[in-house]
Design a protein around this ligand. Structure first.
Ligand code: NAP
Ligand code: HSE
Length: 448
């Protein structure tokens, strides 16, 4: 039997104002060109989308698109894009927190739904923007802001709405994961690995945010805000990045049965204080997160009803991120004309409490740069003992080319204690004559 499905296209096409046409913006163009008809078919002919206007800094720049973009589509004036009557939905993909804020705020005030992938903007200024969103009953969609192509925002907003979320742990910066992997597997220098990540379109325009941990921290703030319902002050969370990871640390971790990953941990404690931290961490090779390589991200979510779930996929790059933006565009199109379509940061707890980082506990890997002389290990061990911190191992890698080197790295593996207790001990150790620079600390995570 032959079945004919007739799709009746009852819609007129919605115009998109695309602010930003770099890696992600051009990916949105390509995806809509490739799959626009598919979207219209899958929405029963109700939604058709076309790009009406594009905001860039330099309209003359060559663009990575699969078809030519008409020159008259470009503008360098954001107001011309937001105010254009042909623009029904505004997509913000320029990055940053200043012009991007003005564009998003103006679009909301004009009752034009917004789609953004800008985690820095939402983590730092989301409270202001969601207030405008509520006032104007106009939504902001931000699936692309966390974990690239993984639909984690919608999962938390919708699929886990009936769960108390006990924790998230995950790898949520593709660039850092890519760099650590290339250093470990191909022996690349940090700079060479970063250059590859940039060439692949994974890194932020300013890659400092990728390597200093703040891109992952912005994403952690978004997840925590959704899960716990109170605004989170970015300055109150503990963030350190991968800049201090050296090939010797990676090799040492490997010998001990670990890999080093930039890990985000978000956890609600029994007193409802929320722990949020991002830092390079030793993860046992047997743990599933240790198998997350390259630009891939993974987020483990623990809900009181669902238990543990793991979400895995490409965390950055043109097409995966465009996938999330396009999904949001369809959601935004569906919301047009509906009153009260705003979602996202809906504060349902006026104030929540963050757990001070000093009270967070793990085991630790600490690398000291010391002047090698008899008694160095004992001097450091004595201070640790005075602060009741147990040592599970120490090691000082010998340089075969210079076994009598005066300055060496000395590594200590420490038992679990509160971070504040460790910081106090390290401050004292730093005053020892034999210690030449501030120690480098990575967490050793006992993930279940
Ligand atoms: P990008 O490649 O640097 O592109 C930025 C685009 O914005 C460029 O087209 C640039 O114009 C335009 N632009 C920047 N500032 C502008 C301004 N003040 N006025 C007008 N146009 C401006 O950035 P991207 O990688 O696509 O990232 C865009 C956003 O998506 C960021 O918020 C980023 O965090 C987020 N994101 C990126 C990824 C990823 O994998 N790359 C993944 C998830 C989320 P010109 O082209 O003329 O220079
Ligand atoms: N620079 C970000 C990353 C892009 O590498 O994860 C995706 O948010």
């Amino acid at each position: 039997m032959r079945v004919t499905v007739a799709v009746v296209n009852t819609c007129s096409s919605l115009g998109i104002g695309l602010a930003g046409f770099g890696t992600v913006g051009s990916g949105v163009w390509n995806t809509l060109e490739r799959n626009g008809d598919l979207i219209t078919g899958r929405t029963g002919g109700r939604i058709a989308l076309h790009i009406a206007k594009i905001l860039v800094r330099d309209p003359a720049k060559a663009r990575a698109t699969t078809s030519e973009v008409p020159a008259d589509m470009f503008t360098t004036e954001w107001r011309a894009l937001v105010e254009d009557p042909a623009v029904d939905i505004v997509v913000e993909l320029i990055g940053g927190t200043t012009d991007a804020f003005d564009i998003v705020a103006a679009a909301l005030r004009a009752n034009k739904p917004v789609v953004t992938g800008n985690k820095a903007l939402l983590a730092e200024r989301g409270v202001e923007l969601f207030a405008i969103s509520r006032e104007h009953q106009t939504p902001i969609h931000f699936e692309a802001a966390v974990a690239g192509g993984i639909p984690i925002i919608r999962t938390v907003q919708d699929s886990f709405i009936g769960n108390r979320i006990q924790s998230f742990s995950g790898i949520i910066n593709g660039t850092s994961n890519f760099i650590l992997g290339r250093m470990a597997e191909a022996g690349l220098s940090f700079q060479a690995a970063l250059a590859e990540a940039q060439a692949n379109g994974y890194a932020e325009a300013d890659p400092t945010l990728d390597v200093n941990g703040w891109d992952a921290a912005h994403k952690a703030i978004l997840l925590a805000t959704l899960a716990y319902g109170f605004p989170i002050d970015a300055s109150a969370i503990h963030v350190s990045g991968i800049e201090q990871v050296r090939p010797a640390d990676i090799a040492f971790a490997n010998n001990l049965g670990y890999v080093i990953k930039l890990l985000a941990v978000i956890r609600e404690h029994p007193d409802h204080a929320v722990e949020i931290r991002v830092q390079p961490s030793f993860i046992a090779k047997s743990h599933i997160l240790a198998a997350v390589h390259g630009v891939f991200n993974a987020v483990a979510v623990h809900g009181d009803a669902a238990g543990e779930s793991l979400f895995y996929g490409r965390g950055a790059g043109q097409d995966p991120t465009a996938s999330s933006v396009v999904a949001d565009l369809v959601e935004a199109a569906r919301s047009l004309g509906q009153v009260g379509g705003h979602r996202g940061f809906l504060p349902y707890r006026a104030a929540g409490q963050l757990l001070p980082v000093g009270q967070t506990s793990t085991a630790y890997y600490v690398r000291f740069d010391v002047t090698d002389r008899p008694g160095v290990i004992a001097e450091i061990a004595r201070v640790l003992a005075d602060h009741r911190i147990g040592i599970s191992g120490t090691h000082s890698p010998v340089n075969p080319a210079n076994p009598d080197a005066e300055f060496v790295d000395m590594v200590f593996l420490l038992h679990t204690c509160p971070f504040g207790q460790l910081q106090t001990a390290l401050a004292e150790i730093e005053t020892l004559d034999c210690v030449n620079s501030p120690p480098v600390v990575f967490r050793i995570e006992a993930l279940t």
